[in-house]
Write a protein that binds this ligand. Structure first.
Ligand code: PAF
Length: 292
């Protein structure tokens, strides 16, 4: 595995691979990798001849007062995991390599998509994500790029950006990876103390409740969201940011559950903000026909 910190070195290596007729996959990450990231790398390795993983804590997607400084980092451990999973190149730039001090160009989706769900409390987040992902696409020029469905809104926004900007890159969404007890894997789980770790299970419990209601035939989005909200509120350490049922492509609120509906949540456990979700018709379960 090659470790690269300069944009020009990424370009030279990728050009050499392309000259050999090899396909290139990109897995963008912010490091502190876990099995969720490993599953993206595995998928990329299975679909591409060469796999580039970017490991970069992107400052432009953190708002004031968010956890940019404290965001966990362990590059050595990341490299060991990436090597084990067959990554060919890790791109680990300094902030100054990615952003000139007077950088002032951003990529932004101008629909309501980035203002919904996480965008309500993180107004500049998706502009930062689109900007850095767009830069990574320009640097690596991959054939395919791999993103987790845990960040379902991010995935939908990136798909829209790729379509609108004609990137010609295939975007592959990969399923949420969970701990044995259900908690969705996240680099931020590391912030949780023992008591909070137990309390955090309320997110996946709410996801499983919502999935069960859908598979039993419930189609009223409000009933599902209310039941999930009540369950989360029964956990004293949990503070809901949002629980919403939206169209999984446009992020518009929906009244009726159908294929492609995204039921997503963000919940604070103590000071740690966690997200989880399910999409109807994927995630290994489907709608029941019971109640209409
Ligand atoms: O999902 C993430 O880890 C980040 O938002 C991404 C896509 C790597 C951009 O910084």
């Amino acid at each position: 595995m090659i470790i690269v910190t300069k944009i020009s070195d990424v370009r030279t290596q990728v050009a050499a691979w392309k000259a050999e007729g090899l396909t290139v996959g990109l897995v963008p990450t912010m490091g502190y990798l876990h099995e969720g990231h490993a599953s993206l790398v595995d998928k990329a390795v299975s679909m591409c001849d060469r796999v580039v993983v970017s490991d970069f804590v992107n400052p432009t997607q953190f708002g004031p007062g968010e956890d940019l400084e404290s965001y966990p980092r362990d590059f050595e451990r990341d490299c060991a995991l990436l090597e084990e999973h067959g990554c060919h190149m890790v791109f680990h730039p300094e902030v100054s390599e990615m952003y000139a001090p007077d950088a002032c160009t951003y990529v932004e989706i101008l629909s309501d998509m980035p203002k919904k769900l996480c965008g309500k409390t993180r107004p500049i987040h998706f502009r930062g994500v689109c900007t850095v992902v767009s830069k990574l696409f320009n640097i690596v020029m991959p054939d395919r790029a791999f993103f987790g469905q845990k960040d379902a809104q991010q995935l939908a926004i990136i798909r829209r950006m790729v379509r609108d900007m004609s990137y010609g890159i295939e975007i592959i969404g990969c399923p949420i990876v969970r701990e044995a007890d259900g908690l969705a894997k996240s680099s931020r789980n590391t912030y949780l103390n023992a008591e909070e770790r137990k309390a955090a299970l309320i997110l996946s419990k709410a996801v499983f409740l919502g999935q069960r209601m859908v598979s039993e035939g419930e189609k009223d989005a409000k009933k599902i969201v209310n039941a999930m909200t009540d369950l989360i509120q029964s956990e004293p350490l949990a503070k809901i940011d949002y629980v919403s049922a939206v169209n999984g492509t446009t992020m518009e609120d929906v009244l009726k559950i159908e294929e492609g509906t995204l039921v997503a949540m963000a919940v604070y456990i103590g000071k740690t903000r966690l997200i989880d979700n399910f999409t109807v018709g994927t995630d290994g379960f489907s709608m029941g026909e019971g109640r209409q």
